[in-house]
Ligand binder design. Structure first.
Ligand code: ADP
Length: 500
């Protein structure tokens, strides 16, 4: 065996070992920067010591010994082996560190999304409060029978725009809670027929205003009650129905069909088809139709062109309900949207007679003569609610925060108030605390008096909190007069029965 090969291997091995030691040290320095790698770094001291000893050994053999091919082969191979193992180790560390960085980024992203959602929640509060004033005052102004026609039209437009703004705020809120992963679907029993009828009435009215024909076909085999999130389903449908009306010029038509496509045990699949004979959708718009925040066809831009959120929201909601949304459309000929959802049938059958306590023989509970305590810190809002109540002959007192409300309730004779309308966010004492204190009092009406949360916070958590604090119902501002009166018709007689 030639000497040059033997010595070549010994010295090349030594050189490689010097390189190994050098990169080992560089590697350790890199770990020093990463504070959570302390333990691993300490462990790395041991191999460095071994490597230095190896290196000295190599040199000793090369300089003083007479290495043969086997010894030099083992030494050279050892260096290569260390080189390879070390490379693998570095790569693994790289990957782990990269993952750690990604995880840190993800934490930051989650946190910022949480902050965004909290921000939107309080923004919605700030936006709904003035909107509440606008819509309430507008509705009140429209009650005046002596309005000049022009003023009436203008006031109606104010109302339309305010409602449109509210829709948009609601869509943005829903979308942001879905994106933040904080929106969970409710599992509540609801009457699909009622939901469909309501959506139908709204759409029919819009069609009539525009001079369109509206037609609805609801399958006969629909169940009476389903379990699911009625509110979100209604949003999803109304978004698509609203578009159908919006993008169909007169004379045209909108058709709303509902079928049950699957019925196995309690499982149901429902298919909602919304067809219009309107302007249709351009081919190149299709790919982005369901992507949030992509605004639609610029040529369609009318005074109500939206934020491009409606369809995105409908898609997410139907997907969360185990279905989806599809569209077929020809420019200039119309569009057909198909929404599917999976729900469970609850098995309950519609009762023919009205539920006891909610209605009298005439079908309507008379609200006149009731007295309600309004707890609301903003003067204007309190006035609006008082005026609304006044329309039905309900008198009211007002407390400007929770603490005043507790005082007024405590000082009043039992039975003075038939219900309390409670704002949630107020200075001095908020609505939740005030409700807890009132419910804890030892007097006959403390446990039964209906307390209705009336608040701009429309987040699920607020609903839960207010119910947990002992409230009977939760109404989002701006208050819908019908919802308010329905709640009172429903809750006040129940309370009177228990209390009297
Ligand atoms: P927006 O709030 O902007 O209406 P949508 O997500 O509801 O957002 O709709 C996005 C776009 O899709 C619309 O701007 C419109 O261009 C188009 N579009 C939706 N529905 C229809 C329809 N029925 N007919 C024609 N175009 C439609």
């Amino acid at each position: 065996m030639p000497d040059w090969l033997v010595y070549g291997m010994v010295y090349a091995g030594s050189a490689l070992m010097v390189y190994n030691i050098f990169s080992y040290i560089r590697y350790e320095l890199r770990l020093i920067k990463d504070s959570n790698w302390k333990k691993e770094r300490q462990l790395l001291h041991v191999p460095i010591l071994l490597l230095v000893m190896f290196l000295l050994g190599y040199l000793a053999v090369g300089i003083f010994g007479h290495p043969d091919i086997i010894v030099s082969g083992i030494l050279f191979g050892g260096s290569i082996f260390v080189f390879i193992i070390f490379n693998v180790l570095q790569r693994i560390t790289n990957r782990i560190q990269k993952n750690e960085r990604l995880e840190a980024d993800l934490r930051v992203a989650r946190e910022s999304s949480r902050v965004k959602s909290t921000f939107l929640s309080s923004m919605s509060h700030e936006m709904r409060t003035p909107l509440n004033a606008i819509m309430g005052l507008d509705a009140l102004a429209l009650q005046n029978p002596d309005l000049p026609a022009e003023t009436r039209t203008q006031l109606e437009k104010v109302g339309d725009s305010a409602r449109h703004l509210l829709d948009m705020i609601n869509n943005i809120l829903d979308m942001s809670s879905i994106e933040a992963g904080s929106l969970t679907l409710k599992e509540e029993e609801f009457s699909l027929r009622k939901t469909l009828e309501l959506a139908g009435i709204i759409t029919k009215n819009r069609c009539e205003e525009k001079g369109l024909t509206y037609e609805s076909r609801f399958a006969d085999d629909l169940d009476d009650y389903y379990v699911g999130d009625e509110t979100m389903l209604k949003h999803a449908l109304l978004n698509v129905l609203g578009n159908a009306v919006k993008f169909t010029p007169a004379p045209g038509s909108v058709t709303f069909t509902v079928e049950q496509t699957v019925s196995q045990g309690p499982d149901r699949e429902l298919r909602f088809t919304i067809a219009d004979t309107g302007v249709g959708i351009d081919k190149n718009l299709m790919p982005n139709l369901f992507t949030p925040f992509t605004i639609g066809d610029a040529s369609n831009t009318n005074r109500f062109s939206g934020s491009g959120l409606g369809l995105a929201l409908s898609k997410r909601v139907t997907e969360m309900m185990g279905g989806g949304i599809a569209v077929e459309s020809k420019k200039g000929q119309g569009s057909t949207f198909t929404l599917t959802v999976r729900l469970k049938a609850s098995g309950r059958k519609e009762e023919k007679a009205p539920e006891p306590g909610t209605e009298n023989a005439g079908g309507e509970t008379n609200l006149a003569g009731l007295k309600v305590l309004i707890v609301e810190d903003i003067d204007l809002n309190a006035e609006i609610v008082a005026d609304l109540l006044d329309l039905e002959g309900i008198s009211s007192d007002r407390a400007e925060n929770g603490s005043v409300a507790v005082d007024m309730f405590t000082r009043s004779k039992p039975g003075t108030y038939d219900a309390i309308l409670m704002d949630l966010r107020m200075p001095v004492m908020d609505g939740l605390d005030a409700t807890r204190i009132i419910r804890d009092q030892n007097r006959p009406d403390a446990k039964t008096i209906p307390i209705l949360a009336l608040t701009a916070n429309a987040f699920d958590e607020d609903v839960r909190n207010s119910l947990e604090a002992g409230m009977n119902a939760h109404m989002a501002k701006p208050v819908d007069p019908d919802v308010l009166f329905d709640n009172l018709r429903h809750l006040v007689p129940e309370h009177k029965e228990k209390h009297d």
